[in-house]
Design a protein around this ligand. Structure first.
Ligand SMILES: Cc1cc2nc3c(=O)[nH]c(=O)nc-3n(C[C@H](O)[C@H](O)[C@H](O)COP(=O)(O)OP(=O)(O)OC[C@H]3O[C@@H](n4cnc5c(N)ncnc54)[C@H](O)[C@@H]3O)c2cc1C
Length: 281
C-alpha cells in the first residue's frame, strides 16, 4: 500500500529537529522507519510532517564517558553489534541486537526507535530497565533525564511527548563484578518474543525485568530481594517461586496467560544464571 501524502523535513541539527517537532502539530520523528513507515502504510498512523533524523550524526555516536556508556538515539542495532565501546562495557546490548529480526531491520532500526515504539514484545525495553539505563529527552524547554523504570508508560507509549526528541540512552558501564543476561522464548529464530526476562548483577545487587507480560516492562523486585550471595540453579529457582502468580499477562494465539507465567519464571532463572556466570569474569 502507498503512503498518503505527508510533508517531509530533514533537519541539519538537533535544535532544528526539536523546533520542527514543536512547531508542527502532528509532526513525528522518523528514525529507521522500520515501524513508522509500516504503520503509516497500514493507515494506523498519519503524521502530517515527518522529521527525518537521518542527517543528525551526533545522535549516532556511541561513546564511553567516565563510568557511563552513552548511546545516541539514532545508533542502529548493527552499530551496537559492531561497537568496541559496547563490547568492552555492556556486551549484552550487542548480543541482544544480533538476535533481532533480520539484517535489514538491524541496519535501519535504531535503539531510540526501538524504545520509543514500546512494543511490549520488543527486546530492548526490559533489557534497558534491567541495566538501569536513563533516557535523555530534548524539547524547546530544555533537556530532561528519565530512568528506564519510568520511561515506558503503556502499549506503544512512552513519556516522550509532543515536540520532544529522545537524544541519548545512558547505560552504566559494567566492570568487574557485573554480569548481564537475557533469556526468553521467541516465535522462531530471530522472531518476536512470547516472554522474556533480563537480569543484571553488579557487586551482588540485582535488577530483573520481564517483557511481554504487561504493557510495560515489569521489575521483579521480590525476586531481586531474594537473590543474595552466590546464585546457583537451586537458588535461582527458589527466588522465582511464586513470581508467576503475581503477573497478569495477556493470553493470545501464541501463548495462554498461564503459559506466559511459566515462561516468565523459566526466563528469569536462565537470565539470572547467565548473569551470574558473566559476573565471575
Ligand atoms: C519485520 C520486523 C521485525 C521486527 N522484530 C523485532 C523484534 O523481534 N524485536 C525487537 O525488539 N524489534 C523488532 N523490530 C523493531 C525494530 O527493531 C525497530 O526497533 C523498530 O522498527 C523501530 O526503530 P526505527 O529506528 O525503525 O524507528 P521508526 O520506525 O523510525 O520510529 C518508530 C517510532 O519511534 C519514534 N521515534 C523514533 N526515534 C525517536 C526519537 N529519537 N525521539 C522521539 N521519537 C522517536 C517515531 O516517531 C515512531 O513513532 C522489528 C521490525 C520489523 C520491521
Amino acid at each position: 500500500m502507498l503512503l498518503r501524502e505527508v510533508s517531509y523535513a530533514r533537519p541539519a541539527s538537533v535544535d532544528e529537529a526539536v523546533t520542527l517537532l514543536s512547531e508542527h502539530e502532528g509532526a513525528r520523528a522518523l528514525a529507521g522507519g522500520q515501524t513508522l513507515v509500516n504503520v503509516m502504510k497500514q493507515r494506523a498512523a498519519a503524521p502530517d510532517v515527518l522529521v527525518d533524523l537521518g542527517a543528525l550524526d551526533e545522535l549516532r555516536a556511541i561513546a564511553v564517558s567516565g563510568s557511563t556508556l552513552e548511546i545516541g538515539a539514532m545508533a542502529t542495532l548493527t552499530s551496537l553489534i559492531r561497537s568496541s565501546e559496547v563490547e568492552v562495557t555492556r556486551p549484552i546490548l550487542a548480543e541482544v541486537a544480533a538476535t533481532v529480526a533480520d539484517v535489514q531491520v538491524r541496519n535501519r532500526g535504531t535503539l531510540g526507535g526501538n524504545i520509543c515504539v514500546n512494543d511490549p514484545t520488543n527486546h530492548f525495553p526490559p533489557l534497558l530497565v534491567a541495566l538501569g539505563a536513563t533516557m535523555t529527552v530534548r524539547s524547546s524547554a530544555g533537556e530532561r533525564t528519565i530512568p528506564a523504570d519510568e520511561f515506558f508508560v503503556g502499549v506503544f507509549e512512552t513519556v516522550v511527548g509532543e515536540g520532544e526528541l529522545l537524544t541519548r540512552i545512558s547505560v552504566p558501564a559494567g566492570g568487574k563484578g557485573t554480569g548481564d543476561g537475557m533469556a526468553g522464548v521467541t516465535l522462531g529464530a530471530h522472531g518476536t518474543y512470547i516472554a522474556n526476562a533480563a537480569a543484571s548483577v553488579s557487586d551482588g545487587a540485582w535488577r530483573v525485568a520481564l517483557g511481554c507480560v504487561a504493557a510495560v516492562p515489569v521489575r521483579a523486585t521480590a525476586v531481586e530481594e531474594r537473590l543474595v550471595g552466590t546464585v546457583d540453579e537451586e537458588a535461582a529457582r527458589a527466588a522465582v517461586e511464586g513470581l508467576g502468580a503475581t503477573l497478569d499477562p495477556p493470553s493470545d494465539v501464541h501463548a495462554s496467560a498461564d503459559y506466559r507465567r511459566s515462561l516468565a519464571e523459566t526466563s528469569v532463572v536462565r537470565a539470572v544464571l547467565q548473569a551470574t556466570e558473566r559476573a565471575k569474569g
